[in-house]
Design a protein around this ligand. Structure first.
Ligand code: ATP
Ligand code: MG
Length: 174
């Protein structure tokens, strides 16, 4: 099961939800991977992952430089983590010119074996968020009850998910 926390509006609780969902699933006995695809890498930072110590990150996976299991940091509060750095912004630009640019993350995660993968996304509907949505089985979009902007964000998110429907077809065997 792949669960994506997404919302165009910023500061609504995407990263907080992603960490909570991931850690709670792990506490319930599931094998969980949290993937950070936000160039602000708040999930990576909040889990206390030291960027200097990393040989690879999700940046290298999306660029096709390493296998998807290489950047995974094991057992952080009971979950595995695929961390991000700010270089993700550059990868998003580079991906824009690629064929199959919306499905790169989905194809990479397909080779990993977890009960649940939870993905944190940036506050826009750009190519990184689209890659997460194409991989998603479940989308969590946090909205405060009195936040009209966040409610509007959900409407736009639903429109994007509807448009991406055709990309959710099974991956062809190559
Ligand atoms: N359920 C909640 N109730 C109150 N405050 C919350 C809740 N969830 C998150 N917050 C607070 O709101 C702020 C923004 O949360 P968070 O970073 O998770 O949002 P975000 O949507 O990921 O932001 P960004 O768009 O910058 O990625 C944080 O200070 C967080 O502690
Ligand atoms: Mg965030």
């Amino acid at each position: 099961m792949i669960c994506v926390c997404a919302q165009q509006k910023g500061g609504v609780g995407k990263t907080t939800s992603a960490i909570n969902v991931a850690v709670l699933l792990a506490q319930a006995g599931r094998r969980v991977l949290a993937v950070d695809v936000d160039p602000q890498f708040a999930l990576t930072r909040r889990l206390g992952i030291e960027l200097n110590a990393l040989k690879a990150t999700v940046v290298d996976v999306l660029a096709g430089w390493v296998d998807p299991d290489e950047p995974i940091v094991s057992d952080v509060y009971g979950i595995d983590v695929m961390p991000a750095t700010r270089e993700l912004a550059g990868v998003e630009l580079a991906l824009a010119g690629e064929v199959g640019r919306e499905s790169v993350l989905r194809a990479a995660l397909d080779s990993l074996d977890y009960d649940a993968i939870v993905i944190d996304t940036p506050s826009n509907l750009g190519l990184l968020t689209v890659n997460a949505l194409v991989a998603a089985d479940v989308v969590v979009a946090p909205v405060a009850a009195d936040d009209e902007g966040a409610a509007q964000g959900v409407a736009e998110l639903r429109g994007t998910i509807a448009k991406l429907g055709r990309l959710r077809q099974p991956l062809p065997d190559l």
